[in-house]
Ligand binder design. Structure first.
Ligand SMILES: [Zn+2]
Ligand SMILES: [Zn+2]
Length: 302
């Protein structure tokens, strides 16, 4: 890894008695280390994605290792040529993965069985009775997913609970769930089990870990993995699954519409980026340039 920066993705379910205080302390420490990113703390644990230099990230992981609550957190690490965050947010939240399920499901007790990337891969290859289930949003699965996976048409993770019964006919199948880093599956798999699905499994460490453990040539995941920072996606395989929203040509590059009022995330090929002024529509392309800005991503964290 030659790139100067490292991006971390992690979560840990652990009871936190005073999230406000823990959040305050955590913000101080992250500022001290000079990290950028988004970290959420709730009564049920921590969920973060942050970045810094190799040294900064090492210091942070050392701090976490010896933290009474956060020790044992598994970090997914990626190298990056640039810092994919512009600010540091450390905030409290009612729950780690915004599912609006709150205490209705307890991932620690009710979640699906964790499978390592190798075990997950094996099960897809050898078991004819599996159904792959993408627990992410539609704009994520558009640019990459497991071959043959169900990709719910949702824009927010919290909307998944409204769709569970759409899949009632799969209740006796082996449901293999996956998401970016694993946190959404903790809640989603518990939810599906609660709704009567018998055999629910979840990909431990998520797509990003699968992409590191399984060679590209054998990967059952095709395309890119959407990430919630300025990189927008990381490649898993070279397959291009999606099409330009303007012209329909094969393309999996997302842009945020340059009209700041719109800021929509859309797929756009190089040619259309030029002809449409990096905007999602002709209306947005016609907006005066003075309103343009590089604004923060409109989407919520995985
Ligand atoms: Zn195009
Ligand atoms: Zn637009």
């Amino acid at each position: 890894m030659q790139s100067p920066y490292r991006v971390l993705l992690y979560y840990k379910y652990v009871a936190i008695a005073d999230p406000e205080l823990t959040c305050y302390e955590h913000r101080m420490i992250c500022q001290k280390f000079g990290l950028l990113g988004r970290i959420y703390i709730s009564h049920e644990g921590i969920n973060g994605t942050c970045a810094g230099t190799l040294e900064q990230v090492k210091e942070y992981m050392r701090y976490m290792k010896f933290h009474p609550l956060f020790g044992g957190t598994e970090f997914k690490k990626d190298a990056s040529d640039f810092l994919p965050f512009r600010k540091l947010f450390v905030r409290t939240r009612p729950e780690l993965a915004a599912s609006d399920l709150f205490d209705a499901v307890d991932p620690a007790k009710e979640g699906g069985k964790h499978l390592s990337p190798a075990a997950f891969h094996d099960m897809i290859e050898k078991d004819p009775d599996v159904v792959l289930f993408d627990a992410r949003n539609i704009y994520e699965s558009r640019i990459g997913t497991f071959e043959g996976a169900i990709t719910p048409d949702i824009q927010n993770f919290r909307d998944l609970k409204e769709h569970v019964q759409d899949y009632a006919h799969l209740k006796d199948k082996k449901l293999l769930m996956f998401c970016t880093g694993g946190i959404r599956c903790e809640k989603a798999s518990a939810l599906f089990k609660k709704e009567g699905f018998e055999h629910v499994y979840q990909l431990s460490g998520g797509i990003v870990t699968y992409g590191k453990k399984i060679p590209k040539s054998k990967s059952k995941y095709k395309g890119k993995c959407f990430v919630f920072d300025d990189r927008i996606s990381v490649p898993i395989t070279d397959d291009v699954l999606a099409q330009c929203d303007h012209c329909g040509t094969s393309c999996d590059r997302y842009l945020n519409c340059t009209n700041a009022e719109c800021n929509k995330l859309f797929l756009c090929c190089d040619a259309c980026a030029q002809t449409h002024n990096h905007a999602c529509s002709s209306t947005c392309a016609a907006t005066p340039r003075s309103t343009w800005k590089r604004s923060d991503r409109p989407v919520t964290q995985a």
